[in-house]
Write a protein that binds this ligand. Sequence first.
Ligand SMILES: NC(=O)C1=CN([C@@H]2O[C@H](COP(=O)(O)OP(=O)(O)OC[C@H]3O[C@@H](n4cnc5c(N)ncnc54)[C@H](O)[C@@H]3O)[C@@H](O)[C@H]2O)C=CC1
Ligand SMILES: CC(=O)C(=O)O
Ligand SMILES: [Mg+2]
Length: 604
Amino acid sequence: MWKLARFAASNLRRSRRLFSVGVSGPCIVHKRGADILHDPWFNKDTGFPLSERDRLGLRGLLPPRVISFEQQYARFMESYRSLERNTKGQPDGIVSLAKWRMLNRLHDRNETLYYRVLIDNIKDFAPIIYTPTVGLVCQNYSGLFRRPRGMYFSAKDKGEMMSMIYNWPAQQVDMIVLTDGSRILGLGDLGVQGIGIPIGKLDMYVAAAGFNPQRVLPVMLDVGTNNQKLLEDRLYLGIRQPRLEGEEYLSIVDEFMEAVFTRWPKTIVQFEDFQMKWAFETLERYRTKFCMFNDDIQGTAGVALAGLLGTVRAQGRPLSDFVKQKIVVAGAGSAGLGVLKMAAQAVSRMSGSNETTVKNQFFLLDKDGLITKERKNLDPAAAPFAKDLADAEGLKEGSSLIEVVKKVKPDVLLGLSGVGGVFNEEVLKAMRESSSSKPAIFAMSNPTKNAECTAADAFKYGGENIVFASGSPFENVDLGNGKVGYVNQANNMYLFPGIGLGAVLSGARFITDGMLQAAAERLASYMTDEEIENGILFPSINSIRDITAEVGAAVVRAAVAEGLAEGHGDVGPKDLKNMPKEETVAYVKRNMWFPEYSPLVHEK
Ligand SMILES: NC(=O)C1=CN([C@@H]2O[C@H](COP(=O)(O)OP(=O)(O)OC[C@H]3O[C@@H](n4cnc5c(N)ncnc54)[C@H](O)[C@@H]3O)[C@@H](O)[C@H]2O)C=CC1
Ligand SMILES: CC(=O)C(=O)O
Ligand SMILES: [Mg+2]
């Protein structure tokens, strides 16, 4: 009963199913009969009404009884809950993979029902289709593989990509998530198996931003792998060669970008989980040429900045005090450096000073400890944050994390190292000496076992007054005496769907720092003072559609302010310019796709 009630409630919550990032009204289908049943975009399983069965040549191909969407939904959820009951007590990995398989089978069969259950149960299902389970899926991808999803371009396809891109069956693609599999979450080089990440990210685009699943495309650029274990695995599905390097590598990415923007000039490409050197290089190479962004550098930065600003509010201090916060970042990769760059820009804006003079408050460490100007072979991307020994508070080149935390007594300890447990008992206890009344501990690495610490350890050793956030979800922590240690999820999922949606709906040609900053600021301002006082820095994932609409609208407005908005569909640049602020949110919401069966009309 509750399931139907919940279903009805979701019906009330839904936005109209008009979607210019999708289509509206009846759906034109160019196939008939069994071909429709085997196409997850159009398939309704037993939900095809009799009139449609007649029209589409389906009569006799299905059991006679028509089952409503609500009944199909309830049936799936009953099976899912029964799987949960039957696997109680079994190892987490086995249970999560069983759940993923069940959801994946539905995804492969009936996308409308799949996205509806995903949207309505996002808190339960995000950890299965996104982090952490998606990491396990990637690790086991070659064995789990049943049906392809998305497109695969390999080093062997050089010279062929322009024609290959036309093999994709959809006429229009609004959003592409691209990976080369070289740094999948904190799991390293997983080669072709990394395709699970673009698939999971695009599931979030559909669930959170209302992209039409017929208009999104996950892509794997398989340029080889340096993972010896995979190269020796007889089931491995990628090309068996070491990764391409240098110009050879870039020529493959160049060819893909040219091909994709030739077929779909208005699409957006999100770069995801590229190893650091290529993450930065491709961002610089393409960001003023194509509509693209790098989620790990730019999306993560915005989410972290929102968390850092929330921390200042949680301490009961004015936002302008952000310029005084001491922040220790463990991890000098694409994510850590992206965060520091955006934080430095924010400090510079707030203090009115030049970006180069605002960096004293930041302490950056990598696997070799504190990064100073004395570092041999200092990475140029990390150089702006390398400490001058004169400002290093007595610390040295390569000082360990515990030395840095003890000496600096930071307001914030933020981990993007990809290494599980580096915030150990000693480090967390040292945070008790923080100069802040409410120190923040952000263990942002994914998946769960790569988090710098668990939520329970953070509160146990760091103290009850901390604010805590992690990249993958943890349960809230029972602190005894009725008190709860609140666990925030600081994950770029709060921003990338809105960045993509805002970019599409503004018709911007590029994604600028201004648009990204507007997205981060909107996320930061989303929380009420009361929530922030209780250590709640990020909204519940249950409201992710609403947050995404707000973030998307902020991105549209920023694009308009920068004169970059060229409009979308019937809404021209002038309409966008004259659109009042509240109307922008309504415009974004109106354009979100919502999964429900639409009448199918056959056209030859
Ligand atoms: N929560 C979120 O939204 C996001 C989380 N991430 C996570 O961040 C992690 C890192 O991602 P990237 O920066 O792209 O990887 P990366 O490989 O570019 O960088 C990792 C950095 O961590 C450093 N490191 C390694 N061991 C360390 C240690 N013991 N102490 C301090 N630093 C250490 C490395 O030297 C390197 O600088 C991954 O686990 C990823 O899942 C990434 C993007 C978004
Ligand atoms: C969340 C994400 O993008 C990552 O862990 O790489
Ligand atoms: Mg990522």
